[in-house]
Design a protein around this ligand. Structure first.
Ligand code: NAD
Length: 418
């Protein structure tokens, strides 16, 4: 889709949310502009001796509520607009989850699959050196996102700590348990999606048992969420990643697919099971299912394909997978969306718990983490639901309104606009 600008998408929803709440531009103008943006050139000497220079970004959209907080994406399509939108969505998401965090995001324009493990490590460390002037345990704390994982977070923690001269695990979240990660962080985003889905189904008096599900994206958010949704009793009939899309009307064996992908560089290529066929990515998105779980990238359901979508509920594990046009279309058609800024908040909630544990030097059990996560997600869901009912608006707009109300109160109390 040409001319898609995710930051404009965010501003559009923010403006409508403000209008509904009766705010003037003066009340929230500050939130329409990212606070700080850094663009860096990241050098890398490849294993063959050649030197390549990659573009990298870190955007701190807001530090109103606390440290900028948000992931790092390594992807060939990463650019300033994408990172800016993702950072702003983090501001909204963190306010909905009521965390003492602002919003940030970063990335490198690179296809990490073209790099060897040693090249990936050197690129990560060089990126940390470039963004070190603006990140910090109390200023800006990165985390994993698309194509970044616990190992990469571990290199970031190590590189930053070397620069700082002291072990600083709180500089980044999503680390391996052995280097200060939190139990439950790896599953947190998928688990949060399930909790949000369950909140929605309870309000609608619907039972997850035997509901059919199609899942786009089979990385951290997609595979963990699919597993938990299947465990809860739903039938996942389609899954797909950037390499292949699979369909089995009788339900796929998600546990087996999960193990396969984990052992296969997180890819479903080559996976097979009885009764399964391959389909196209668009066929996956337009399956006649109860739930379409989007867990890949932004701009997946848009003007071009929205009318072909047959799912009754859209669960947004990814950030920004549905454009404004599609959002309006689904609201009018009565298709419910459990929006990204609410549904995928579980990741940053447990990132916050990880950061708190790092600062305290005191670590929690998995039960404690999951119990707190569940409570937090339920509170967020309830706040959004109440807003939705009060103003008779779509869930995404209600979610933005919850966030905006909190952000405007804080802006006013702090005199942030003076
Ligand atoms: P990941 O890299 O682990 O997985 C991404 C998945 O999407 C992979 O399976 C990849 O093959 C697939 N994919 C990429 N392009 C695709 C395409 N065109 N069609 C189908 N599949 C495609 O990333 P992740 O951490 O799971 O993140 C997925 C989404 O969730 C992103 O939007 C991210 O911003 C969002 N998110 C992630 C977290 C987190 O904790 N990791 C938290 C909140 C939101």
């Amino acid at each position: 889709m040409q001319n898609y600008n995710p930051y404009e998408n965010m501003l559009h929803t923010l403006d409508i949310a403000a209008e509904k709440l009766g705010y003037t531009r003066n009340d929230y103008e500050v939130l329409r502009h990212p606070e700080r943006e850094l663009k860096v050139s990241v050098p890398l000497q490849l294993d063959n001796g050649e030197v390549h220079v990659y573009e990298g970004y870190r955007c701190q959209h807001s530090t109103l509520r606390g440290s900028a907080k948000g992931g790092l994406r390594f992807h060939p399509d990463a650019d300033e607009n994408e990172v800016r939108a993702l950072a702003a969505w983090m501001t909204i998401k963190n306010a909905i989850a009521n965390l003492p965090y602002g919003g940030g995001k970063g990335g490198i324009k690179v296809d990490p699959k073209t790099l060897s493990p040693r090249e990936l490590e050197r690129l990560t460390r060089n990126f940390v050196r470039r963004i070190a002037p603006i990140i910090g345990v109390n200023t800006d704390v990165p985390a994993p996102d698309v194509n970044t994982n616990a190992q990469i977070m571990s290199w970031i923690a190590d590189e930053y700590s070397v620069l700082k001269g002291e072990w600083s695990p709180g500089i980044v979240t999503g680390k391996p348990i052995e280097v200060g990660g939190s139990l439950g962080r790896n599953e947190a985003t998928g688990r949060g999606c399930l909790i949000a889905l369950q909140g929605y189904l309870a309000k609608k008096n619907l039972d997850i048992k035997n509901m059919t599900v199609a899942v786009q994206g089979f990385g951290n958010v997609g595979s963990v969420g699919a597993r938990l949704i299947a465990e809860a009793g739903a039938k996942v009939i389609a899954i797909g990643d950037s390499s292949v899309n699979l369909y089995n009307p009788n339900g796929l064996n998600i546990e087996k697919a999960y193990e396969y992908a984990n052992a296969n560089n997180r890819s479903l290529t080559g996976y097979s099971e009885p009764g399964m066929i391959t389909i196209t990515g668009q066929e996956l998105l337009t399956q006649d299912v109860d739930i379409l779980y989007l867990a890949a990238l932004e701009n997946q359901i848009n003007k071009d394909n929205m009318k072909n979508v047959r799912a009754k509920i859209i669960l947004e594990g990814a950030n920004g997978p549905t454009t404004n046009d599609a959002d309006t279309y689904f609201f009018e058609k009565g298709v419910d969306i459990i929006p990204d800024v609410l549904a995928n908040g579980g990741g940053v909630v447990v990132s916050y718990y990880e950061w708190v544990q790092n600062k305290a030097g005191f670590y929690w059990s998995l039960e404690e983490v999951n119990e707190r996560l569940t409570k937090n997600m339920q509170n967020s869901f309830e706040a959004v639901w109440q807003m939705q009912e009060k103003y008779n608006v779509a869930p995404r707009l209600a979610a933005y309104m919850v966030a905006l109300e909190r952000l405007v109160i804080e802006t006013t109390l702090r005199g942030y606009n003076c």
